[in-house]
Each structure stands twice: as structure tokens, then as C-alpha cells.
Design a protein around this ligand. Structure first.
Ligand code: TNX
Length: 611
């Protein structure tokens, strides 16, 4: 049997054509969109869960091509590019499921792209740019360093990534001395015609000096420019986040991402391990949780939302977590695990009994369109699950910090729950924000009492009692304003404003691009054209821990699709995390991305080259 499927954007609608060479009685078209679908013509909507839908089609005759016209249920969502077309589509025929081919090309079209502008002569082809660079003239031929303790992580990184060895017998000697004044991550590297020497603040500074030498060897064709580099980061938090709930990224992809981060001196990996669609960590305290949600699709607890198709998913074993942690440690990266509470918990609520108030008659919907994605703080089972679960996860990660989510609680959450009404009255709370803040503070204080630090998205600061409190690190994502406000109220803050730092947003408005658009488009330039300490907020500068890029996985169905979304934009976020304000502008980052092209090619990492 041969089935065909084509989908394209038609104004604000999505036109689908489904073809068959055999008669198909009563087929049901199953698929997902970025947001809740509605049928305009050609079928009848029979089931919808968030962006996933099932549409009953008429009987199809052999040779027929059936046209189905879709749109978004919420007319504010317009299909922007191919990522907004149906994903994970299949036909259900009675008890059988037949996969359909993708309705259009998946992922970014990379293309050749325009030539990058030339890098200014006073810049090194290095991202991030060092704090200070004084050229002294001439070059030093450099192939490798002589064996040196403390560069094992770098040597392995070079070997794995496809570079020539960076440590080799007969290589150049790197003379190392120490100066604590440089801080743990800082270094001062002298490249002279006679050889190399470095002053380091600590072990990480030596590692970063090595990363600089490896990078310059690649980007300068083995001839290092002579001079003096003095280098210390502006921020301690230089992060990259990865949504492994919407799409299950294989461990090998995560390890490669850590390698890429290390080449750019990024030092925090934010591992988003749970969301509405799945709980990915094989915890002992709740085996049913991941066993029942790790895979979604036909016949599973969660259907094929966000490109799940007939079946997709997976979970991370503790042995796999250990691999990620070992790689991170070798590369001087800390790993922050995230378990989402109380919202973004559709799968959790489905998998475990007792987390909802049976008397709750509310129908509040989440942004993604779920009507039951929040656990109830008035249910004893909620605490019986969350306390041991969060403690187990926190204990698994040596960083000593756990991220508790807290974003996007549906508007009016719990308003239909009598149990929450009673709890609010008892605690002097009025709104959903008050309730969420109280809940987070309670969960956080238990974790803090046991020695862990907590983190959460910006919404965690809301609520009459001050929200999560407990010294939580907050992530400002809808913009920078909420982060500034939280900092003024005493929180440390990581800036990850979607407008500059969300790599799931499309690079441009071109219909052949790929990605979301809810906070605009994020061309490479935008990743550097902002200041983590915004104008007028200089007073809270010490509270800004740093910056982070986020990659959300709604429309990712294969690991490789993330690569061109991350690169080259990750260069911009590395720049923001390390360099002093205003050092590298849009034109300069474009030129630097050009200089890094061969390096990306060398490590086999796809990159977006469009405008
Ligand atoms: C908002 S960012 C979300 C995520 C989505 C993302 C898509 C945040 C804390 N919540 O659930 O994946 O937008 O860009």
C-alpha cells in the first residue's frame, strides 16, 4: 500500500492532501500542530488533546487524494513556517495504524547562505572574545601541547570532536603559573614567537586557556597570532537549556551539546526533564511515573502531542545520567535538573492517582491547550509524591540545585477546587498566584533544609506571601522585566529573555524557516543586541547571576533538527555570558559566526546560514 501526504500553509490555514492507492474505509487522521487544531473542511474533529487531534475522514477510494483544511482553534496563532504544519501524522484504520510520510521537509533548510563579513583585524577569531587582547606582532606555529596535568578533559574533547590531538608528545610546552587574583575561571595567556605561557586563577582557568588555544589553532589555521590574552568571564552562570520532555533527545546528542558548550566556555546545562508530555528520569520513588509517560502515542496515556506520532519517547536511566554527569564534570559544566511543578504536569496527573481534587470542576486550559495539567496542593498525595521525588532528583545531581519549574500555570488554576478553596482560606490566600507561591515555598523550604538550593522560572516570585522565597534562583524568560523585579526583591536571577535567547524561535519570518514565533524572530544579531543588566537596573547588577539560552522541543522529532536552531546562535549567548557589555555587536557576531563555520563543520554540527 502506498500513502501520500502533503501539507502547506495557505493564508492562515493549513491545507493537507492525503492520498492512497487502495480503498480506505473510515480512516482517522491523527496528527499534532504547535497549537490546538480546528477543522475547516474535509473531516470531523473527534478528539483533541492540546495540539494533538484526531479527524474522521470520509471513506477514501483507491487513487483518491483527499483534501483536509485545518486552522488553529485560537485565531491568534498563525502558521508561520513548516514547523507549524502537521507533525507525527498517521492514519488509524480500525485497530491498525499506518504512518504517513512527513507532509513537508522537516527541519531547517540550511542552504549556503550569504558570505559572512570579514572579521575586524583587531579581533581574534574567538568566541567569546577575551576580556583583553594585545597583539604583539608575528605568529607562532602551533600543532599541539606537550602533556600537561589538568588538560585531560580538553584532550578528550579534541579527540572526540574530530580535531587533531591537542596534547601530543613533542608538542609545545605550556609554562603554567598561578595568580588567585584571576579568579577560578580566569587566565592570562602569552603567545610569543619563543613559545607559550599562562597564568591561571585555578583549574578551570587552565582548562579555558586550553580551549582558547584549541579554538585559535582551528580558526587561525595553525598559526597563532602573538600577543597577550587576559580573560575572565563577566558572569558565573553561562547556560544552555534543553527540553528533553517534548522531544526525547538521545544521550549522545546531549553529550555532543556539552562538548559544543565547552568550546564556548558555557558552564551550566539546564536539563528540562519533565513536562506535560513526559517524565524522563527513571526515579526509584515513582517508577510508574516514567514507565507510563516516557512514551506517548497511540494507546499510550498521552497521545502523540507535539509530533509524537504512533509512538515516540524514552527515559534516562541512572547510568545514562551518570554518563552525562561524567562528561559535564570533565568539561567544567554543572548540570541543573528541572522537574516541573505544579503546572506542565499533564502526564504526571494522568499517571499517578490522587494529584487532582476529584471535586474540581474547573476547565482552565494551559497555554498549550491542556485542561488538566496542574497538580493540586490541597491533596495529600501531591506532597507524598513531590517531596521524595524532588529530593531523589536533587540528590542525583552533584550541583546541589534543583529547578522546580513553576511557569505558565493556567489562568484561574484550581478555581474549581473546593479543597484549594479551603486551603486558601486557612492560609490567607486569594489568587492562583498566591496558592502557587505558597506551594512552591513549602516544597522549596523542605529542600533547602536538606542542603539544596532551588531554582524556578520567573512566575515563582508571584503571590501575596512573596512566592517561592528560600533564596531561589529565578529565570527571567518572558523578557527581562520580571527578572529585574525579582532581583529587586532579593532574588538572584538568570536572564534568558525569549526575544534574545530562545533558540526554538525561528531565525526569521521566512516561511521556509523552522520554529516558533510567539516572541518574534531571533536572528543571530538579536542574541547579542541586549544587555543582561538592562539600562536603569544597574542597582541590581550583583543579583544577575548570568545568562542562558533555551531550546524547547515542541516541533523537534529528530535530534539533528535542534542543531541548526542552536548554531550559530549559541555563539551570541556565549558572548553575552562572558564578555563585558557591548563588546560584540550584531555585525561582529555575524563575522565571528563566519570564522566558526569550518569549526562547526569539523565537529559535524549543523548550522543555520540564512540571513
Ligand atoms: C514557554 S519558557 C514555555 C515552554 C514552551 C516555550 C516555547 C517557559 C518557562 N515555558 O513551555 O516550550 O514557551 O518557546
Amino acid at each position: 500500500m502506498s500513502l501520500t501526504f502533503a501539507a502547506r500553509i495557505d493564508g492562515h490555514r493549513i491545507r493537507c492532501e492525503i492520498g492512497t492507492d487502495r480503498p480506505l474505509p473510515a480512516p482517522v487522521f491523527c496528527f499534532s500542530l504547535m497549537a490546538a487544531p480546528a477543522v475547516v473542511s474535509g473531516g470531523v474533529l473527534v478528539r483533541r488533546v492540546a495540539g494533538y487531534a484526531e479527524v474522521a475522514l470520509p471513506d477514501l477510494a483507491a487513487g483518491a487524494v483527499h483534501e483536509l483544511m485545518l486552522e488553529h482553534a485560537d485565531p491568534r496563532y498563525l502558521p508561520r513556517n513548516r514547523a507549524w504544519l502537521p507533525l507525527g501524522a498517521y492514519l488509524r484504520l480500525g485497530r491498525d495504524c499506518l504512518p504517513l510520510p512527513p507532509g513537508s521537509d522537516l527541519g531547517l533548510r540550511e542552504g549556503a547562505g550569504p558570505d559572512a563579513p570579514k572579521l575586524d583585524a583587531d579581533r581574534l577569531p574567538l568566541v567569546p572574545q577575551p576580556s583583553d587582547w594585545r597583539a604583539s606582532g608575528g605568529t607562532l606555529g602551533f600543532a599541539a601541547l606537550a602533556p600537561l596535568a589538568g588538560l585531560e578533559g580538553l584532550a578528550d574533547l579534541a579527540e572526540r570532536s574530530g580535531f587533531d590531538p591537542i596534547i601530543a608528545p613533542g608538542g609545545l610546552t605550556l609554562a603554567v603559573t598561578q595568580d588567585a587574583a584571576l579568579g577560578g575561571e580566569g587566565y592570562r595567556l602569552t603567545i610569543a614567537p619563543s613559545g607559550l605561557s599562562v597564568v591561571v586563577g585555578g583549574a578551570t582557568g587552565l582548562h579555558y586557556a586550553g580551549v582558547t588555544l584549541l579554538t585559535l589553532r582551528e580558526t587561525c589555521g595553525g598559526q597563532l597570532p602573538c600577543g597577550k590574552i587576559t580573560d575572565t568571564p563577566r558572569f558565573g552562570w553561562r547556560g544552555q537549556h534543553l527540553d528533553c520532555a517534548r522531544h526525547f533527545f538521545g544521550v549522545d546528542f546531549i553529550l555532543r551539546l556539552l562538548d559544543l558548550m565547552a568550546l564556548l566556555k558555557l558552564n551550566r546545562f539546564h536539563w528540562h526533564l519533565s513536562d506535560d508530555e513526559a517524565f524522563r528520569l527513571e526515579v526509584e520513588s515513582q517508577p510508574r511515573l516514567w514507565q507510563r509517560t516516557a512514551f506517548r502515542g497511540e494507546g499510550e496515556l498521552v497521545p502523540g502531542v507535539f509530533g509524537g506520532g504512533i509512538r515516540a519517547g524514552g527515559s534516562y536511566s541512572k547510568a545514562e545520567v551518570a554518563r552525562v554527569l561524567a562528561r559535564a564534570k570533565a568539561l567544567k559544566i554543572e548540570v541543573l535538573p528541572e522537574i516541573e511543578v505544579p503546572a506542565h504536569s499533564h502526564g504526571t496527573v494522568k499517571a499517578l492517582p490522587g494529584l487532582r481534587d476529584p471535586g474540581d470542576n474547573g476547565e482552565e486550559a494551559s497555554v498549550q491547550g491542556y485542561i488538566d495539567n496542574i497538580v493540586n496542593p490541597a491533596m495529600p498525595a501531591t506532597w507524598e509524591v513531590l517531596q521524595p521525588l524532588t529530593e531523589e532528583v536533587a540528590a542525583l545531581f552533584p550541583f546541589g540545585m534543583i529547578h522546580l519549574g513553576a511557569d505558565e500555570a493556567p489562568h484561574g488554576a484550581w478555581d474549581g477546587s473546593p479543597a484549594v478553596a479551603a486551603l486558601k482560606a486557612h492560609e490567607g490566600l486569594v489568587t492562583s498566584d498566591d496558592m502557587q507561591g505558597w506551594m512552591l515555598a513549602k516544597l522549596a523550604s523542605g529542600l533547602v533544609a536538606k542542603g539544596w538550593r532551588v531554582a524556578a522560572w520567573e512566575e515563582a516570585a508571584k503571590g501575596v506571601q512573596g512566592g517561592i522565597g528560600n533564596g531561589a534562583l529565578l529565570f527571567s524568560w518572558t523578557g527581562q522585566g520580571p527578572g529585574v523585579e525579582a532581583a529587586r526583591r532579593g532574588h538572584d536571577v538568570v536572564m534568558c529573555p525569549a526575544q534574545s535567547a530562545y533558540f526554538d524561535l525561528a531565525h526569521t519570518d521566512h516561511p521556509d524557516d523552522w520554529g516558533a514565533a510567539w516572541a518574534g524572530f531571533v536572528p543571530l544579531e538579536k542574541t547579542v543586541e541586549w544587555d543582561p543588566v538592562p539600562k536603569g537596573a544597574e542597582d541590581i547588577a550583583p543579583r544577575i547571576a548570568g545568562v542562558q539560552a533555551c531550546f524547547w522541543g515542541e516541533f523537534t522529532t529528530e535530534d539533528w533538527q535542534a542543531e541548526g536552531m542552536i548554531a550559530p546562535r549559541i555563539l551570541g549567548i556565549a558572548t553575552k555570558g562572558w564578555e563585558p557589555a557591548g563588546r560584540t555587536d550584531g555585525a561582529a557576531i555575524r563575522a565571528l559566526a563566519g570564522a566558526y563555520g569550518p569549526l562547526f563543520d569539523r565537529i559535524g554540527w549543523r548550522r543555520y546560514r540564512g540571513a
